[in-house]
Design a binder for this molecule. Structure first.
Ligand SMILES: C[S@@+](CC[C@H](N)C(=O)[O-])C[C@H]1O[C@@H](n2cnc3c(N)ncnc32)[C@H](O)[C@@H]1O
Length: 422
């Protein structure tokens, strides 16, 4: 604050945004220090006001960038789900590609070719994980607000499939019935071919009493959910949720991991199949419910591993149903604690690897000293991918091209697929 003749004036000034940081926020230097200014773009002149001792907030954009576009969602700016809806498409895709390029360069991959980014359309995301809280006045369901523990009460989401959007009010209504004031919940909604599959977990309400469960089951039926699960309890099931992985029918467990969109799932499967030529025996690590193992089984035998035994059960059942029981074997195994050892990989000529954001360092170290000559790495975190790829390349693998996939639309996250070979 500035003090002028006894009146406290807000400390305001105009600054120029220099660049976009890794999380999609503009960065400007104020009094020699860099500050993040959300929803601004490089080159923009913005009026900022000091907030507290060490923060600045944007009051208005004085000179907008030519790359500025109108955001699609009324929650943009508060909702922590999207960071970049205000940026025009070409600049947005270039920014994502350049972030990937600099992340790879940090591990010495300056000359790796980055393919044209594959982008999913709006309203394509079929899996969302939301937070909820019941307050004295209402029940809030949505994404965490930016830089805050508050939840943005979401009524629309241009990222999610419309079926999920249309389910939000029903889920909010069910939470209002089952939660007590101040109780929180986590809600996973998977849009499946049989309808929405909703999993609610709440530490405050580990089990529902019979009457509440009955009321919720009635609401779930009324809103045509495929299934409603509360913690470990099945509350309602109209029919088992089903998703299609190419021609294979898979029934995911409640809240089970799915690739965020069918479009990206198909793109990734195509790239895996293209590179599987002549493989005899493949291993699918972090296989989930068989996104890659099932389509791959027509080309070669597959051994599949994942820590989640419910996903493994889903894969085993789908493989049996498809007559692939002799082509796919699946096993629940924690690959962080018990990575496949180099000697276990002796007869393997292709490895597919799709770990969580933390990457797969322990597993990669075993691959690096194994006889495996081809690794297809699917990653939702370019930084851990680059770290792991560096380990393989130091042991004689090559990395020529990376294919980025924008399936986390308007967020700073980028998925990728890459082949490493000896
Ligand atoms: C990004 S998902 C990929 C799933 C699958 N490849 C797909 O496309 O559907 C990561 C998978 O890693 C599994 N996972 C997480 N931690 C694990 C661990 N320590 N060991 C083995 N699998 C793990 C999760 O259960 C999840 O299925």
């Amino acid at each position: 604050m500035l003090h002028n003749a006894g009146v406290t004036m807000p400390d305001r000034r105009c600054v120029t945004v220099e660049l976009l940081g890794h999380k999609g926020d503009g960065v400007a230097t104020i009094d020699g220090e860099a500050y993040y200014l959300p929803q601004t773009l490089p080159g923009e002149r913005v009026l900022v006001q000091r907030r507290g001792k060490s923060d600045w907030v944007v009051e208005s954009v004085k000179t907008p960038s030519p790359a500025r576009s109108t955001s699609l969602c009324r929650h943009f700016g508060r909702c922590g789900g999207c960071a970049l809806q205000h940026m025009a498409q070409p600049e947005y895709l270039t920014w994502k590609t350049e972030i990937l390029r600099s992340t790879l360069a940090q591990r010495g991959f300056d000359h790796v070719k980055i393919d044209k980014i594959f982008q999913i359309p709006p309203h394509a995301r079929r899996r969302v994980v939301l937070s909820a809280v019941k307050t004295a006045s209402k029940t809030v369901l949505g994404f965490q607000q930016r830089k805050s523990h508050q939840i943005e009460d979401v009524s629309e989401c241009p990222v999610a499939v419309e079926e999920i959007e249309h389910t939000l009010d029903a889920v909010r209504e069910m939470l209002a019935i089952a939660l007590r004031v101040r109780q929180t919940a986590r809600v996973t909604i998977n849009a499946t071919q049989s309808g929405c599959d909703v999993l609610i977990t709440s530490q405050g309400v580990p089990e529902l009493d019979g009457k509440t469960a009955g009321v919720l089951a009635g609401r779930a039926a009324q809103h045509k959910l495929a299934r409603l699960t509360w913690g470990d309890d099945l509350i309602y099931q109209r029919e088992p949720p089903r998703i299609a992985i190419r021609s294979y029918d898979v029934s995911p467990p409640p809240g089970g991991f799915l690739q965020a969109s069918e479009e990206a799932q198909d793109f990734l499967i195509d790239r895996v199949i293209e590179r599987a030529n002549n493989a005899q025996q493949a291993v699918d690590l972090f296989c989930g419910l068989g996104t890659f193992a099932l389509p791959l089984a027509s080309a070669c035998k597959v051994r599949a591993f994942d820590a989640d035994r419910y996903l493994i059960d889903a894969l085993t059942t789908a493989a049996k149903k498809a007559g692939l029981a002799d082509r796919i074997t699946s096993e629940a195994r924690d690959l962080y604690r018990r990575p496949l050892q180099a000697q276990e990989l002796r007869a393997i000529d292709l490895v597919i690897l799709d770990p969580p954001r933390a990457g797969a360092k322990a597993q990669i170290e075993q691959l690096a000293i194994s006889s495996v000559s081809r690794v297809i790495y699917v990653s939702c975190n370019p930084a851990t991918f680059a770290r792991d790829a560096r380990i393989l390349v130091n042991e004689g693998f090559h990395l020529d091209t990376v294919h980025p996939v924008d399936q986390f639309l308007w967020s700073p996250h980028t998925e990728l697929i890459a082949e490493l070979y000896r």
